[in-house]
Every structure is written in C-alpha cells, then in structure tokens.
Design a protein around this ligand. Structure first.
Ligand code: SF4
Length: 384
C-alpha cells in the first residue's frame, strides 16, 4: 500500500518539523530488511487475529501460515511475538461486556485533520461506547510509548470518522504492543479531547503538506530516522554550535568540560556516520562529493573452490582431523533456531551472563553504575 505524505507513523516528526515531510518525499525509500521483517510479522499477526476473532478453518490457516513460514526472513520468534500480540488482543476483548466489532489492518482516513492523511490501523475494536485501537510494533531499538502518541491519535481520529456514524463512541483507549522490547502501554482519551487535539494540529498539518515552516531539530530527527539528516542544514547547524563550543575552550579542559565534550561528540559521531553513508551512496551512484572518492576496502584471501582445495590436501595425505574444527553454533544462533520460548525452556539453566567490561555511558542511560567490587565478586562466582 502506498504511504501518505503526512503519514501517521511520522507524525511526531512533521508535527515538530513541518518541512520534513516534503523534504523526505524527495529522497529514495531506504526501508531495509528490518522493515520487511516487520511486514512479515504484521502479516502473521493479522492472520492469527482474524482466526481468533472471525474464525478460519484449520486448513486455510495452515496454508497461509506455511506461506509466511517459507519466507526467507521467517524465524521462530515471529511466531512467538505474534502470539504475544494476539494474547493481548484477547485481553482487550475481555474488557468489553459483549463481543466487540473487530477489524484488522484497516485503512483509516484522517484527511479532515492532515491533508490527504491516511494510515493502516492494526486492530480496531468497538463496543459499549468505547473504541480501542491496538498497534503492533515489531521494532526492537526505539521503545514507543502510547501516552499522547500522535500516530495513535491520528488513527483514532480516522477510526472515529469511519465508524462514528455507525457506533456511538464516547471514549477511546490506545494500546501499543511491542513484544520484542517487552513493552506494552495503553492510554485513555475522551472523544472530546481527541477532537480538540485534532483541531489544534490542523494548521501544522497544512504547513507540513505545503512544505512550509522552519526545520526544527530535536529527538524526532533521530528517533524517527529522518532521511534528510545527511543534507539537512538545521541538523548541520547544530553541529556548528558544537564546534563553536569546542573553540572557546581554554588550553586545559576541566572534568566538567570533558563531560560536555563527550556529550557533544556523541552527536558529531552519529552525524559523521550519517554523512559517510550518504556520501558512499552518492559516490556509488556516480555523483561528485567534493574531496572524496570510493576505494576498495581491505579484503582477505579465500579459496575459490574450498571443496577442491581440501580434496587436494586430503589426497596429499593430510589427515582430515587436521583440516576441520568442530565449532558449536553461538548462543544467539541457538536462540534463533529455537525461538526465545523454546530456548528458555531447554537451555535457561545453562546460561550465565558474565559482567561486561566497563564502558562509559551518559547519565540518562538506564543501566546501574558500574561497581568494580561487584564485578570482581561475579567473576569469582563464575569461576567457582
Ligand atoms: S533532520 Fe530533523 S530538522 Fe532536519 S528535516 Fe529531518 S526532522 Fe527536520
């Protein structure tokens, strides 16, 4: 399905930085393997949800499931995580006093709020004056919270437009299920407040549609992986502010300043890698990036026909035991093969997690402070 210019999933970005939608639309789609994996997981989630809510004979379900399983990106975990999502849908269903009206992967139109805006809601349930919208997120890097979430509010406004005449709806509950991050959240809003919010964002929606307004840099640039970061002037100017700060430093840095520099350098490091990726793609496409070219990276020698090479060694009298190492597959590969659940059931007793090497992190990092004494003690325990 094509995407709206003002997509709900990018609403956090275009609501903060109105020109970003038009700027991004000029750049090629960079959705990679993880997006394909997400689509596959959504396909299975929908299939399982439909089977539970609408019924489906076993043969039809198995045929469709097997088709999904034959996809090269299919892994056992997709099965487990979609099970977790459907279990949550069953919990939401139990909140109704009678069987709710339920639809899945449904197009909702919120163009009355944001021009030409539409999106696909994973699950909508309606009954008893209440609308529930559940969004299945398959990402595992950015935790998404439901509270005041603009994507979810736009879906809800679209659902109200679609079903508001058929059903009397007073309250809305929005849910996000992100099983790969063990993250489930929900949030309530009245229809009155939701509609008021919709009206309040209409001017920004129009600006975003027109591509007007100022670029505004913030967490949305990175958390929504804005495609413009390599060439966005506002994003670059923030780096200039960083450089200006570094310029003013006296010959010797205080520890306070070292901390500030580390914080600023983290942004520069991220920006540098974004620029590098952009320049590489541009150069490979035959464009000119002043002062830069693409060269061959380091490479290692390899046999062009390993079977024939080893046959030659074996026929020359070298014992086969000297030619091969028997190496067990990694813990991660084991988990991939068995799925999280199967792995835990079969192997949890054999898994240890030794303390990691000390590494620096910003104060906002949720991990506990490194404790050398505890780490030494943990090391002793592991050795015993
Ligand atoms: S990088 Fe940030 S400031 Fe620049 S267009 Fe994207 S969202 Fe806006």
């Amino acid at each position: 399905m094509s995407h709206a210019l003002l997509s709900a999933s990018a609403a956090d970005k275009w609501l903060h930085c109105a020109p970003s939608a038009r700027m991004e639309a000029l750049l090629p789609d960079t959705a990679g393997e993880s997006a394909q994996e997400g689509s596959l997981a959504h396909e299975l989630a929908e299939l399982k949800a439909r089977r539970h809510f609408h019924g489906m004979d076993k043969g039809a379900f198995t045929r469709k499931f097997n088709k999904i399983k034959s996809h090269e990106l299919y892994a056992v975990d997709i099965d487990n995580y979609t099970d977790a999502y459907v279990e949550y849908l069953k919990d939401v269903e139990m909140m109704f006093t009678s069987k709710p009206y339920a639809v899945f992967e449904t197009k909702v139109d919120y163009s009355h709020i944001a021009p030409e805006g539409f999106g696909t809601a994973d699950c909508i349930m309606i009954g008893g004056g209440h609308l529930h919208i559940v969004d299945f997120k398959y990402g595992k890097t950015v935790k998404v919270d439901c509270t005041e979430n603009p994507q979810m509010k736009l879906y809800a406004l679209g659902a109200l437009k679609k079903y508001g005449l058929l059903y009397s709806i007073e309250d809305v509950t929005l849910h996000i299920v992100q099983p790969r991050m063990s993250n489930i959240s929900s949030w309530d809003i009245t229809c009155e407040d939701l509609n008021a919010w919709g009206q309040s964002i209409k001017p920004v929606g129009q600006m975003a549609y027109d591509g007007t307004g100022e670029c505004v840099v913030g967490h949305w640039c990175d958390s929504h992986f804005c495609k413009c970061r390599a060439t966005c002037r506002a994003y670059m100017e923030r780096m200039q502010a960083v450089a200006a700060f570094l310029d003013k430093l006296p010959p010797t840095l205080t520890d306070e300043e070292v901390g500030q520099c580390l914080t600023l350098a983290t942004d520069i490091k991220k920006w540098y890698s974004i620029l590098e990726n952009y320049a590489m793609t541009a150069l490979l496409a035959g464009k000119n990036i002043a002062g830069w070219k693409v060269v061959e990276g380091r490479s290692n020698r390899a046999f062009n026909d390993i079977d024939q090479a080893y046959k030659t060694l074996a026929t020359s009298g070298i014992d086969e035991s000297l030619l091969y190492n028997r190496v067990p597959i990694t813990l991660t590969d084991c988990e991939k093969m068995l799925g999280k659940k199967g792995f835990t059931q079969m192997l949890a007793d054999y898994v240890v997690k030794p303390p990691g090497k000390p590494t620096i992190a910003p104060q906002s990092d949720p991990r506990e402070h490194y404790n050398p004494a505890m780490a030494d003690f943990a090391g002793l325990e592991t050795n015993n």
